[in-house]
Design a protein. Sequence first.
Length: 154
Amino acid sequence: MGEIVSENKPKSQPICFTLAICPQVIQGGNRIGRSKAGKAFIFSSKRKSGYQLQVAAEASRFRPQRPFAGPIRLDLTFILPRPQSLMRKSDPDGWIPHTKRPDRDNLIKGTQDGLSSAGFWLDDSQIFAGEPLKYYAEKGGDARIIVRIEEVRG
């Protein structure tokens, strides 16, 4: 008989929190520029850096005492502003699946980089699983990001 392999089990309690930040897409990565002296240097866009700093600042109060060292599951729920066209009486009051742009994978990167800067894990390559979701906010609700971070046994 073969060995029974168990499912991944939580190593510790998951960390769950909400960031009162409107999710943003940060296009493009670092860019290469040249100084007046002709030397090449790498820089990030101000918008990218600003969003990541905002995520890191808001999330840092939830960070563990020590960064997670094992495999991580990161679930992100992006709640985007509800457009006026979905505010009719006939529209549902709660969350509505967001099926337009921005794409969810474009929302993940800047948020994940901000959480990395906040010190939740040693390296973002530790993230092996997770479920990104995106919704329009409930009527009268604000945009936000719901985060769930869980370190699991391999």
